[in-house]
Design a protein. Structure first.
Length: 207
């Protein structure tokens, strides 16, 4: 009797657009946007150089795609995890998970944090298209916590900006920029505990 054997589904190979973005992200992180010609991107992606321009009119368009989509991913993941917290006081676990994720995606971090500094137009676009929208989501989240009496009632814009800024600065570490070995788990844990404690309780000694 013949037994039915379901066909094994193979994952589709990455398309050329993904190959270009993956190659560019690695190269931009290692040697910078300015020092990376499109010929090198094409070589690493395993495609002809002309193929790049079917998807991206210029090399700058590759950078814009990487940075904007990268920031969307970073902040969306953070806000998604915030929305899934069991309690508004569990900030520490969220920060720890996000920090581990950031340090496991070092190339993306380098490109997102570093390259935008040298391209004012890109920096402005990130603020307009990504960060401002994420800020409004974060404000709604913290407003709900205040309405439920978990957080004291203060300016939600300030709270959201402090939280996202705190998270950003944690990712903008010397290791991210220099490529040096990252923080140990103990150092990361200390940073996460300190950040979450300061965010929830402030820095003043109790009377």
């Amino acid at each position: 009797m013949r037994l039915f054997r379901p066909a094994i589904r193979e994952e589709a190979p990455p398309d050329n657009r993904s190959k270009i973005l993956d190659a560019a992200q690695h190269l931009f992180a290692q040697q910078g946007f300015g020092n990376t010609p499109t010929s090198l991107i094409a070589k690493k992606a395993g495609i002809a150089e002309g193929t790049i321009f079917r998807y991206f009119p210029t090399k700058k368009d590759i950078l814009v795609e990487l940075v904007t989509s990268g920031w969307v991913t970073i902040l969306t993941d953070l806000l998604t995890e915030l929305s899934q917290m069991a309690s508004y006081t569990h900030v520490e676990s969220v920060l720890r998970n996000r920090m581990i994720h950031l340090h496991s995606n070092m190339d993306l971090m380098k490109v997102c944090f570093f390259e935008a500094q040298f391209h004012p137009d890109l920096r402005d676009r990130i603020h307009e298209d990504v960060i401002n929208r994420m800020m409004s989501v974060a404000e709604d989240f913290f407003q709900t916590a205040m309405d439920r009496g978990v957080y004291r009632k203060i300016n939600t814009k300030v709270v959201a900006r402090i939280f996202l800024g705190m998270f950003t600065i944690a990712g903008f570490s010397q290791q991210t920029m220099s490529g040096a070995p990252g923080m140990s788990l103990l150092e990361m844990d200390d940073m996460v505990r300190g950040l979450s404690d300061i965010f929830l309780h402030g820095v003043l000694a109790k009377a």
